[in-house]
Design a protein around this ligand. Structure first.
Ligand code: NAP
Length: 248
């Protein structure tokens, strides 16, 4: 039986992906900053472990407790909408600490065991904003584009060891907690000069119907494919809006 370790399982894509792998018979290590027992169905194949991807000690103890991992899904991430001049550098760094360096750090910690077994897969969840830029997302886009570039190079470096590194690029998913979680970082992030632009972006999003945006199961299915199908493309779009942006 194979084991998947997923970061950021308290809500959204991570939670849905954990459910899907459990349904399909995998052992699941669902990691959360603050572990909760009630988020997922009870199963002997489920372990819920604490993991903060920005904390080296937390990564170390999580991986020691997890044991062998066949697939790592770096899903944990935070958002930030705002004009660059409204975002303090401390927040720019916070975003990169989680989205970019957190992904690198967890990957670095898992790789030795995969390389030694000459098997394994790392799936990094980035975003369709790296396919088509949107205003007011410069910092977030940069944090995810860095992961795209990192993963592409890593895939080449790991191929000789039989280990894969792939990307899942979800589109906009307003039903997860992503937007709500980002709001705490947005005080002052839209200076008055950018209010009209922000209004246009919000109005555009508000008129998008539910069937034109990404749903959490789209992402869980894409992650499943990335993990289980060695022939799948290295960049996999998830959700109708993301698929529409993917170059042919
Ligand atoms: N929703 C979208 O529109 C969208 C679109 C494209 C890509 N994405 C990406 O998809 C991923 C999942 O997002 P989502 O939409 O499912 O959002 P979400 O519901 O906010 O879930 C994000 C998860 O990441 C966790 N997390 C945040 N910081 C962490 C840290 N330092 N260590 C460990 N876990 C941490 C959160 O945990 P807490 O509960 O502890 O905060 C939560 O479990 C993210 O990487 C996001 O950038 C989202």
């Amino acid at each position: 039986m194979k084991t998947v370790l997923i970061t950021g399982c308290s809500s959204g894509f991570g939670l849905e992906t954990a459910r899907l792998f459990l349904d399909r018979g995998w052992q699941v290590v669902a990691t959360m900053r603050t572990p909760r027992d009630d988020a997922l169905p009870r199963s002997e194949r489920l372990r819920v472990l604490p993991l903060d991807v920005t904390d080296a000690a937390s990564i170390r103890s999580c991986l020691a407790a997890a044991g062998p991992v066949d697939a790592l899904v770096n899903n944990a991430g935070i958002g930030l909408l705002g004009a660059l001049e409204g975002i303090p550098m401390a927040q720019v760094r916070e975003l990169f600490e989680t989205n970019t360096f957190g992904t690198m750090a967890v990957t670095q910690a898992v790789l030795p065991q995969m390389r030694e077994r000459r098997a394994g897969v790392v799936v990094n969840v980035t975003s369709s904003v790296t396919l088509k830029s949107l205003p007011l997302l410069a910092v977030y886009t940069a944090s995810k584009a860095a992961v795209n570039a990192f993963t592409e190079s890593l895939a080449l470096e790991l191929a000789p060891f039989g280990v894969r590194a792939t990307l899942v690029l979800p589109g906009r998913a307003p039903t997860t907690r992503f937007g709500e979680n980002a709001r705490s970082r947005m005080a002052g992030s839209i200076p008055p000069a950018y209010a009209e632009l922000a209004g246009a972006v919000f109005a555009d999003w508000a008129q998008q119907p539910a069937d034109a945006v990404t749903q959490a199961p789209d992402v869980a299915e894409a992650v499943w494919r990335a993990v289980t199908d060695p022939a799948c493309p290295r960049r996999l779009a998830a959700g109708v809006d993301a698929v529409a942006l993917m170059p042919a």
